[in-house]
Design a protein around this ligand. Structure first.
Ligand SMILES: Nc1ncnc2c1ncn2[C@@H]1O[C@H](COP(=O)(O)OP(=O)(O)O)[C@@H](O)[C@H]1O
Ligand SMILES: [Mg+2]
Length: 234
């Protein structure tokens, strides 16, 4: 598979995703300041994707933020330790803001979040996952309104963000609430294949604004170093 050629008009600053094999599918990386939705069923690697994306920034000295709406910080720290990612150290050094937001304790997630990102000059944000919005707001319209506010807010301040959305297996939609996929700049779909002993999955770039991205479904493996996107073998 040839490396995706860049358009000569592409002068966007690209941010390496931290996922080996992914950036060559998207002209070198995520556009700085863009929002990308990572959707997939349970166990497809969404949380690992978030941690890996942030680790890439942390290794480069960027200030990062991990908002978890489902798992407690200590669980996340423990989950990714086996990939050799020591999130705890970055939290202690105040390079990583790892926040668990209890959806039942807060009424507005967006405004405090945007303030914190700006005050601390945060460059990468991961929000895992939007599913919690459903528990949080009773009306579907309210969920969509809040998500819209969050996504447009993130884009407005120009921070590079990843959001995850948990989808039921075999669904045809790209995102849980039917609003995320329109507002975000990119949509990455993860699928679980479950072939053999190895943890095989697949990854597909369904949308990436301002990017001549690959359209195929690529094999993806979760191993000792995290997620790796493989080449298609013909
Ligand atoms: N060390 C590992 N080696 C291989 N696969 C792993 C490892 N750790 C987790 N996994 C796989 O990753 C899955 C969990 O990924 P996760 O990012 O938590 O999924 P999601 O957030 O989409 O539910 C597990 O179900 C398992 O299949
Ligand atoms: Mg998860």
């Amino acid at each position: 598979m040839p490396k995706k050629s860049k358009s000569k008009f592409d002068d966007f600053e690209r941010i390496p995703s931290g996922i080996p094999g992914l950036d060559r599918l998207i002209e070198g990386g995520l556009i700085k300041g863009s929002t990308t939705l990572v959707s997939g069923a349970a166990g497809t690697g969404k949380t690992i994707f978030c941690a890996q994306f942030l680790m890439e920034g942390l290794k480069k000295g960027e200030i990062c933020m991990f908002i978890t709406l489902e798992e407690k910080p200590e669980d996340i720290i423990g989950d990714v330790k086996r990939f050799g990612w020591n999130l705890e150290k970055y939290v202690e050094d105040r390079k990583l803001f790892l926040d668990f937001q209890d959806p039942f304790q807060i009424t507005d997630i967006t405004s405090p979040l945007l303030d914190k990102i700006q005050q601390n000059k945060i460059e990468r944000v991961a929000i895992d996952s939007t599913a919690v919005f459903e528990m949080y707001y009773k009306e579907a319209a309210e969920v969509r309104k809040q998500l819209f506010k969050l996504l447009t807010g993130l884009k407005g301040i120009g921070v590079t963000s990843i959001l995850t959305s948990e989808l039921p297996e075999e669904t045809k939609t790209l995102a849980k609430f039917g609003v995320e996929e329109f507002v975000v700049d990119g949509v990455i779909l993860l699928h679980y294949l479950g072939i053999g002993e190895k943890n095989y999955g697949s990854i597909q770039i369904r949308k990436m604004r301002r990017t001549n991205h690959e359209k195929d479904v690529f094999p993806m493996e979760i191993g000792n170093d995290g997620i790796v996107v493989k080449k298609i073998e013909y």
